[in-house]
Design a protein around this ligand. Structure first.
Ligand code: HEM
Ligand code: HEM
Length: 188
């Protein structure tokens, strides 16, 4: 079946202007905000006095636990009731965008796992905003903490670089291609 150019344009416009559902949009921006805050906190605490640094680390851990919850909710929602939209790109660009989204999910899951292992290996307080403590899963291990810390730092930078490229792609869609892809992820 051949599609008339005019009909294709109408279909494409329709695809790119429809929105994700409210839950998907909320969870996307919570994820983005938490990842950026976690990164800035960790990069910033080397420049402040010890007491403030400790507070920053406690906040990092509480926000990290929150990210774990948001990520599980995001993946559960995506796999069940979350609205699916047609691809925003075609051909190789579509594959690249899809791969970037999957790698971002994978890296975030890895980072949350490393974060938990890191805290358990450090053997230091592991609380959620002072409301409850996460019980220890194994005995503290200084060498293991060093190794996990290095991995956690590398994954952090990888996430930030990939998310930066992802955000740049969204802005190119919005300002250069003017095709409504960014609006799909913005509250209507
Ligand atoms: C740390 C920051 C971010 C992370 C981890 C992140 C992650 C993701 C992921 C995993 C998806 C795929 C959604 C799915 O299909 O399940 C997505 C979609 C999207 N993101 Fe982000 N994002 C971040 C920041 C941003 C920023 C800053 C922008 C805008 C400037 C943005 C715009 C979008 C748009 C428009 C989509 C939908 C793309 C489409 O419809 O194909 N994201 N994001
Ligand atoms: C995408 C999310 C995250 C990013 C970008 C991130 C980033 C970072 C970075 C850059 C560091 C400094 C590493 C170093 O200098 O060796 C750090 C430290 C740390 N992170 Fe994360 N992190 C994230 C999620 C988490 C999560 C979910 C947890 C666990 C709840 C966690 C727990 C820790 C711990 C325990 C430290 C060491 C704090 C200390 O030195 O006492 N992080 N994080």
């Amino acid at each position: 079946m051949t599609i008339q150019p005019a009909a294709m344009t109408a279909a494409q416009t329709d695809q790119t202007t429809s929105r994700y559902d409210r839950t998907t949009i909320t969870l996307h921006w919570m994820t983005a905000g938490l990842v950026i805050m976690l990164f800035l906190l960790a990069e910033g605490w080397g420049f402040v006095p010890r007491e403030i640094r400790k507070a920053g680390q406690s906040l990092h851990i509480s926000l990290g636990i929150l990210l774990a919850v948001v990520l599980v909710a995001r993946l559960a929602w995506r796999g069940s009731a979350g609205r699916r939209l047609p691809p925003a790109n075609s051909g190789l660009l579509h594959l690249a965008a899809k791969a970037a989204h999957h790698v971002l999910y994978l890296l975030m899951a890895a980072q949350v796992t490393l974060g938990f292992l890191f805290r358990w290996a450090q053997g230091e307080p592991f609380a959620f905003f002072g409301l409850f403590d996460v019980p220890a899963a194994f005995a503290p291990d200084h060498d293991l903490a060093q190794t996990i810390g290095g991995l956690h730092d590398t994954v952090a930078w990888t996430i930030i670089i990939l998310a930066g490229l992802h955000a740049a792609a969204a802005l190119i869609h919005h300002y250069a291609l003017r095709d409504g892809v960014l609006r799909r992820m913005l509250p209507g």
